[in-house]
Write a protein that binds this ligand. Structure first.
Ligand SMILES: [Zn+2]
Length: 193
């Protein structure tokens, strides 16, 4: 086993930014668009810049790669044979980030739906998942519309809460570094070159 990281690994070691415009993400976007939904992408004003948000419905969607986000019990989230320490740390970090980010978004009144890469494999499966997603969004949206009237009354409180969640989201990276430190030898290797 080698301690050296390839360019791809190093990139992930150094960055914590979610993969953007991935193939599964584009599938979800196209599917939602075809089903009549309009949405925003990677909204930086929300904790974790969720991949897709539908403000009208109060729904944020995360499109997760099974391997990178450690999809439990998924056959596509297979364990790599080399650099295990690196991958395990990376996946643990992503999982923790996903959980806390979801909690932050929920605190702001968003409902978070995770779509997994494996749910979009094959045209039939993919279409079924997207139909179900559309139903979920509409269902959540109906209760959100009722809540909206109440929320309008409390704009300044909502703004404060959003600022608080953004602040906590910023602390999350430091927390992840503490909980799941990147092994020193990998950190060293990643800084070479
Ligand atoms: Zn999966």
């Amino acid at each position: 086993m080698t301690d050296r990281l390839n360019t791809h690994q190093r990139h992930y070691c150094m960055s914590h930014i979610r993969g953007k415009n991935t193939k599964p993400e584009i599938l979800v976007r196209k599917g939602l668009h075809a089903r009549g939904f309009r949405f925003r992408l990677h909204n930086k004003k929300l904790p974790g810049s969720p991949d897709i948000v539908l403000p009208k419905y109060g729904v944020a969607i995360m499109v997760n790669g099974c391997f990178w986000h450690g999809h439990k019990g998924c056959r596509y989230a297979t364990e790599p044979k080399t650099n295990i320490e690196f991958w395990e740390t990376k996946i643990a970090r992503n999982r923790h980030r996903d959980e806390v980010t979801t909690a932050h978004l929920e605190a702001l009144g968003w409902t978070v739906i995770t779509v997994w890469e494996c749910e979009l494999r094959g045209k039939l499966e993919s279409n079924a998942r997207l139909d179900k997603l559309a139903d979920e969004i509409r269902f959540i949206g109906e209760s959100k519309i009722q809540q909206e009237a109440m929320r309008q009354q409390n704009r300044s409180m909502r703004r404060k809460l959003r600022e608080e969640m953004i602040r906590r989201q910023a602390q999350l990276e430091a927390e992840i570094d503490l909980l799941f430190p990147i092994p020193t030898r990998i950190k060293k290797a990643s800084l070479e070159e």
